[in-house]
Design a protein around this ligand. Structure first.
Ligand SMILES: C[S@@+](CC[C@H](N)C(=O)[O-])C[C@H]1O[C@@H](n2cnc3c(N)ncnc32)[C@H](O)[C@@H]1O
Length: 368
């Protein structure tokens, strides 16, 4: 076994199955795997105007048959499961050629699928011959090692990245082109399957924390490591080909760590400390017996020393009483109730924020 400190933030050169076997048990937090797809492309693919389209023709994508491919996937996935921490998670990207085989193998190995994310390509390569639909998506299986795992999911960070709406399992992202696409000195693509940074940003930001170790067993041009470094995570890469390791190392060296970026440090997903209404009364932020008002500023209930509200009929928690006002079984009282201060009505949530700031030294974070 290798020592984690010796391989943290390095790319290991070698065969992934052999090298994965040397990663200590339950030592990595997140795995992103972009394995060979076994595309089985044959012959030259020509664009309609006659120029050659360069797809994936590399030797690393060749296998004898499906048995050979399945055996390879079973072996590297088994090692990934062993290397993952018990609450870690793994993403495997593939396409129609291989993802159904990979999903079957993963479920048989005991992985638990959380999502199958569709990467919907905004700029797919056309179907040049017009013999099939334009193939415009790839799939990422996001899995834990078991159903009960308490995996990381930075829900609020992703919601923010999605313009304030819950992020869906279909991601519209363009293929890696233009300045982002790494070229060799001859102007040709340095790697046939360089993944877009935005894809890896979504993966890493959603399912890991700063300081975590992200392992990529098929490192290629180093997209995973670049985003891991940028966002304050550690990486371990495995890659067989020296020419790709060279490209990746140069790329990683040029990355600047942005630890304080609020999207990268997941500050949105740090849960604020809980505050009981009783505590606000005890500390004088809310007065025992004062009136609570509805969002239409209608006097509706009075607060008691134990933090419950009473109306003419009964006493209920702030949540239950807010539900009662709307003929619901329950509600969120913090978002509903107002109290009067001078001539103004202010929400009890803003009083709670004030308490957290002054008494607990905690400021709720908002990205402008
Ligand atoms: C699909 S590409 C990964 C591309 C990468 N995600 C990127 O953004 O550049 C797969 C990579 O795995 C490497 N590879 C394939 N089989 C391997 C093996 N058995 N051991 C180590 N590396 C392997 C290939 O050389 C190739 O660079």
């Amino acid at each position: 076994m290798r020592k984690l400190k010796d391989i943290k933030n390095t790319i290991i050169k070698g065969d992934t199955i052999e090298e994965l076997k040397l990663i200590p048990n339950h030592s990595v937090d997140l795995i992103f795997a972009d394995p060979p797809y076994f595309m089985q492309t044959e012959g030259t693919l020509l664009r309609t105007e006659g120029t050659k389209f360069s797809g994936v023709e590399d030797d690393w994508d060749k296998f004898d048959d499906y048995n050979d491919y399945d055996q390879f996937c079973k072996e590297w996935l088994t090692e990934c499961k062993r290397a993952l921490k018990k609450d870690g998670s793994i993403w495997v990207i593939g396409a129609f050629q291989n993802i159904y085989r990979i999903g079957f193998i993963m479920q048989n190995l005991g992985f638990w699928i959380l999502n199958d994310i569709v990467w919907s390509k905004t700029n797919p390569a056309p179907n040049f011959k017009g013999t099939r639909f334009t193939n415009a998506n790839e799939i990422m299986l996001w899995c834990t090692t078991k159903k009960e795992a308490k995996y990381t999911f930075n829900y609020k960070t992703m919601k923010h990245l999605n313009g304030g709406k819950q992020m869906k399992s279909v991601w519209e992202i363009g293929l890696c082109i233009g300045k982002e696409r790494i070229k060799n000195e001859d102007g040709k693509k340095a790697h046939a399957t360089q993944k877009p940074e935005k894809l890896l940003e979504n993966v890493i930001l959603s399912s890991s924390k700063q300081g975590d170790i992200v392992l990529d067993p098929f490192m290629g041009s180093g997209t995973t490591a670049a985003i891991a470094k940028r966002s304050g995570r550690n990486y371990i890469g495995i890659e067989r080909e020296s020419k790709y390791i060279e490209v990746a190392e140069k790329r990683i060296a040029a990355e600047v760590v942005q630890k304080d970026n609020p999207l990268y440090n997941n500050v949105l997903d740090i849960a604020p400390p809980r505050v009981a209404m009783e505590k606000l009364i005890e500390k004088g932020y809310i007065k025992k017996g004062e009136h609570f008002y509805t969002p239409a500023f209608k006097k509706a209930a009075q607060v008691m020393a134990n933090g419950h509200l009473k109306d003419k009929e009964e006493s209920l928690s702030i949540h239950k009483m807010s539900g009662k006002m709307r003929d619901l079984d329950n509600g969120n009282g913090w978002d509903y109730w107002f109290v009067q201060r001078g001539k103004e009505f202010i929400s009890i949530d803003s009083i709670r924020k004030d308490y957290r700031k002054k008494e607990l030294n905690f400021t709720d974070f908002e990205i402008k």
